[in-house]
Each structure stands twice: as structure tokens, then as C-alpha cells.
Ligand binder design. Structure first.
Ligand code: G3H
Ligand code: 13P
Ligand code: ZN
Length: 309
């Protein structure tokens, strides 16, 4: 059934697990995620960025989500806007039937972020839609920042408390050392769980969101590189850390890069092993199955969301 994230997050916070939020761009990705959610009996968040909406086109996207919900009616599914850049995009998604939107004001200063987030919250709430906001900055290793600049990018727990109370947002994305994409860490993976702990002490009832949380699954990366890709030195957040986050108050964990790797690994293998194949179903089916396997593993072994419907 199509739902907002409200009840999902309440259950996740009470029972100490996290819900996976998986980025969707096309039919095979949606089907792979939903097949996994159905097998795992897990609630799930399907999320689309504004560029994903442009790619798939809003009408197709919403019909595919509707089809997914109809196929597995007992699975709670939220459809969420990922990284909404402005009020207009958030409004368009609310008006198109999204049950949750993110306004990402992390590039603005504190007061401007509050003002713009509040505007989205007021509109979304008037339509029964929930809002995720973001405070802090997710740097990538390519950003090459010094230690004091790095410190200023993490979410300040005191600011998080003030931000949530002044905006009325329903959930909050925080920066504790993750970043988007396939290159998250130069050396060992390191997350600031101390900041997460402090945030949870100050705002225990606000669901916390972790962006940039792909593992960059080694077997998928290997499969991509074995069959012609050139993605050296990629590194993500290990499953053990994501599990720790799931049982430490993170209620939503965002995964996109791992799905991209799964899709690419599946297609590349077929192309390399069967160069005579040119029926898209022959290479998209294994890709869809790898997405299902990847999502199922996260739900069952990492996030703890299986059998929580
Ligand atoms: O955090 C961003 C997501 O990975 C979506 O990326 O804007 O390329 O769709 P995208
Ligand atoms: P990854 O790039 O680690 O998959 O993060 C995705 C994300 O945060 C989407 O908002
Ligand atoms: Zn993100």
C-alpha cells in the first residue's frame, strides 16, 4: 500500500531498525527493489531525484509506482523526492502524488535553510505529505578539505535541535562522514557515530536519515571491472557500519550507487560473455535480478527491516 513514511519511521525507531530508501530511474530498478521488498516482507522507500524524474518522466514514473503498489499490496511503499532543490520541485511532486519530499537546503546558510525548508513543510503538510530536510554537508574525497573545514561540515547537534523545532520537518538528514557516489573514503571508512549519538539525545523523536550510504559492494565492483569497466579505488560504507547506524537511531538509509553498480555489472557480464545478444530483455533481466539480490541483502542482513510490514 502507498503510505507516507510516518508510521514506517515510528516502527523503525521503536524497534531499532532502518528502512532502505532506494533510488529509482526505470522499470527494471523499480521491479528489482519491489521483488526484494516482497521477498523480505520489508517496508520500502522508493525515491526519485529531480534528474530521475526528468529521465523517466513524471507520468511514467507515477504509473510504475502505482503498478508496484498494486502488485504487492501488503508492502508499505513510500514514494519520496530525493534532494528536492527548490520549493517548485517539491510542490510539483506533492501535487503529482508523492507521499514524501526532501528539501535539500544544505547549500544555504542556517537561517536561509530554515526559511526555505519551512516553506516546503507548510505546503507539504497542508496536503498530508511529509518532509525530510538536511543540515550539514556531505563532502566527497575529491573535495579535499582540511580538518577544521571538515569539522564544520558535520551536523552540529545543537543546531539540529533548533532546526527541527523551527522548521517542523518530519525527518532530518545529517552529515557524519558519508558522501555520495563510489568514492567515499581515501583510507579506512570512518563515520562520526558520536555526532549521531548526540543528535539522538537532543532530538530522540526525529527520524534520522543517512545519505551517501552505499557500500560500493566489492563483488559488484569486481564484476563491473572484470567485464570491461574501469572504476578503480572505489570505496563505500561497510555493511557493519550501516548495521550499527540502523540500530543506533538512523531510520532511513539511502542507496543509489550500489544499484547503479548492480545494473551495470549485470549488463556488462552478458555483453562480455554473449557478444551476439542484442535483445534488451536478455541483458536487463540479469541486471534486474542483481538489483533484487543487492536490495534483499540490505533489508535482511544489514538494515533489519525484513518481516517489519
Ligand atoms: O544523491 C543523489 C542520488 O544518487 C541521485 O543522483 O541526481 O544522478 O539521480 P541523480
Ligand atoms: P549513494 O551515492 O551512497 O548511493 O547515496 C545515495 C543517496 O544518498 C541518495 O540521496
Ligand atoms: Zn543523497
Amino acid at each position: 500500500m502507498l503510505v507516507t513514511t510516518k508510521n514506517m519511521f515510528e516502527k523503525a525507531m521503536k524497534e531499532n531498525f532502518a528502512i532502505g530508501a532506494f533510488n529509482i530511474n526505470d522499470m527494471e530498478i523499480i521491479q528489482g527493489i519491489m521483488d526484494a521488498a516482497n521477498k523480505a516482507k520489508s517496508p520500502v522507500i522508493l525515491q526519485a531525484s529531480s534528474s530521475a524524474i526528468k529521465y523517466a518522466r513524471m507520468g511514467y514514473l507515477m504509473k510504475m509506482v502505482e503498478a508496484a503498489v498494486n502488485e504487492y499490496p501488503e508492502i508499505p511503499v513510500a514514494i519520496h523526492l530525493d534532494h528536492g532543490p527548490d520549493f517548485e520541485t517539491c510542490k510539483m511532486c506533492v501535487d503529482s502524488g508523492f507521499t514524501s519530499v526532501m528539501f535539500d537546503g544544505s547549500k544555504y546558510d542556517f537561517e536561509e535553510n530554515i526559511k526555505l525548508t519551512k516553506q516546503v513543510v507548510d505546503y507539504a503538510h497542508s496536503k498530508g505529505v511529509v518532509v525530510e530536510a538536511e543540515l550539514g554537508k556531505l563532502a566527497g574525497i575529491e573535495d579535499d578539505v582540511n580538518v577544521s573545514a571538515e569539522d564544520s561540515m558535520y551536523t552540529d547537534p545543537e543546531e539540529a535541535r533548533e532546526f527541527v523545532s523551527r522548521t517542523g520537518c518530519d525527518s532530518l538528514a545529517i552529515a557524519i562522514g558519508t558522501s555520495h557516489g563510489a568514492y567515499k573514503f581515501k583510507g579506512d571508512a570512518k563515520l562520526r557515530f558520536d555526532i549521531l549519538k548526540k543528535v539522538k539525545e537532543l532530538i530522540p523523536n526525529t527520524p534520522i536519515v543517512l545519505h551517501g550510504a552505499s557500500t560500493v559492494v566489492p563483488s559488484l565492483l569486481e564484476q563491473c571491472n572484470k567485464y570491461g569497466a574501469d572504476i578503480p579505488g572505489a570505496k563505500g560504507v561497510p555493511d557493519e557500519m550501516l548495521h550499527t547506524a540502523s540500530i543506533s537511531g538512523v531510520s532511513k538509509i539511502n542507496v543509489d550507487t550500489d544499484l547503479r553498480l548492480a545494473m551495470t555489472a549485470g549488463i556488462r557480464k552478458v555483453f562480455a560473455e554473449e557478444p551476439n545478444v542484442f535483445d534488451p530483455r536478455k541483458y536487463l533481466q540479469p541486471a534486474r535480478e542483481l538489483i533484487e539480490k543487492t536490495v534483499y541483502h540490505k533489508m535482511v542482513n544489514v538494515f533489519g527491516s525484513s518481516n517489519k510490514i
